[in-house]
Ligand binder design. Structure first.
Ligand SMILES: [Zn+2]
Length: 330
């Protein structure tokens, strides 16, 4: 990517997925994000289908691998680490959890995972569980345990996320949370069409908490015929900005860099359960390309060209999520 005219003050990618292979995942997969001029990326360390043992192995391995490259990366533990990483020219890396099964029905697990570097969590991965509803399941309210879990997240120093969560549960979470709530990677349903996308009421409720919707670059949720490109990102950003303003829009691309040797799929998991074929997944569904993060600098330029003011571009490219982190992390 050639040098660009505008450099946003901070670039935040709210969600990415490295293979959950403690041994074989090379941490240098993170170089894609550094090369994309991203200052902070939040990477997944476990979903509802992963065992606690698997998740702990991944966390331990990723932490060690990040620590072994102090020339490139900084594990983000506190809010001040964001500025420290930026100043040193390092990629800040935080962890997120997609689901709450690993919490083992114990709110006390939230601060434990927080101390291991988990900076963001949503409660259900597509399917209902004991805490909340998932977006590809029967629409249920947040459970009593779920209410306790929101309080634990608010106290525990994580960003409360509602991606992959069922509609009613997400609205309940946003109503009861005392901190801003985000959709780290989700797109407007009116444009994306997919059941994983979120409707206008969810978008408005998120903004009302002071939260941020991270535009996801995943083709299935952008509804593009080809791999998502800059105009597709801008179409989704424009829609959100018109609905809730530039204070509540961000980026959460959901890229999945992979290496052939890494195998992160747990034995015996029924993938059709978590990604139901009749909900637009599986072979033949198509549309699995993701927006290339190396185009983010050009996206910032394109936003300027489209008439966004530099302050707005700063907010969308990262400062909105920085604001939420400041209010959420300990
Ligand atoms: Zn996800």
């Amino acid at each position: 990517m050639t040098d660009t005219a505008y450099r946003p003050s901070f670039v935040w990618d709210a969600h990415a997925c490295l293979p959950l292979d403690a041994v074989k995942t090379p941490i240098e997969l993170l170089d894609t994000y550094a090369d994309s001029k991203i200052d902070y990326v939040c990477i997944n360390v476990g979903m509802d289908m992963n065992s606690v043992a698997h998740i702990l192995r991944v966390i331990a391995a990723f932490r060690a691998k990040i620590a072994a490259r102090p020339d490139k990366y900084l594990q983000i533990e506190t809010f001040d680490d964001l500025a420290r990483a930026k100043q040193a020219g390092l990629l800040g890396v935080g962890f997120d959890l997609e689901g709450s099964v690993m919490l083992q029905d114990m709110p006390e697990m939230v601060p434990v995972f927080a101390r291991l570097g988990v900076k963001q969590i949503h409660f259900a991965y597509n399917r209902n569980n004991s805490v909340a509803g998932g977006c590809h399941d029967t629409d249920i309210p947040l459970t009593d345990l779920g209410h306790e879990m929101v309080r634990a997240v608010n106290r525990g120093g994580m960003i409360m996320d509602c991606s992959h969560t069922g509609r009613q549960s997400s609205l309940d979470i946003m109503r009861v949370s005392t901190k801003p709530v985000v959709f780290s990677h989700a797109n407007p349903k009116i444009l994306g069409g997919h059941e994983r996308c979120i409707d206008d009421a969810q978008i408005r409720a998120c903004a009302d908490t002071g939260g941020v919707i991270g535009v996801c670059g995943f083709q299935r949720f952008m509804k593009t015929p080809n791999a998502p490109d800059i105009p597709d990102m801008i179409r989704h950003i424009d829609y959100l900005v018109k609905l809730v303003g530039t204070n509540h829009v961000g980026i959460g691309l959901d890229t999945m860099p992979s290496v052939a040797v890494a195998n992160d799929f747990p034995d015996g998991v029924d993938s059709a359960y978590y990604w139901p074929k009749d909900r637009g997944y599986g072979p033949g569904a198509g549309g699995a390309a993701v927006f290339d993060p190396r185009k983010l600098p050009a996206l910032a330029d394109a936003l300027i060209s489209a008439g966004y003011k530099p302050d707005d571009v700063d907010r969308i490219m990262g400062e909105n999520f920085v604001r939420v982190a400041k209010e959420s992390w300990l």
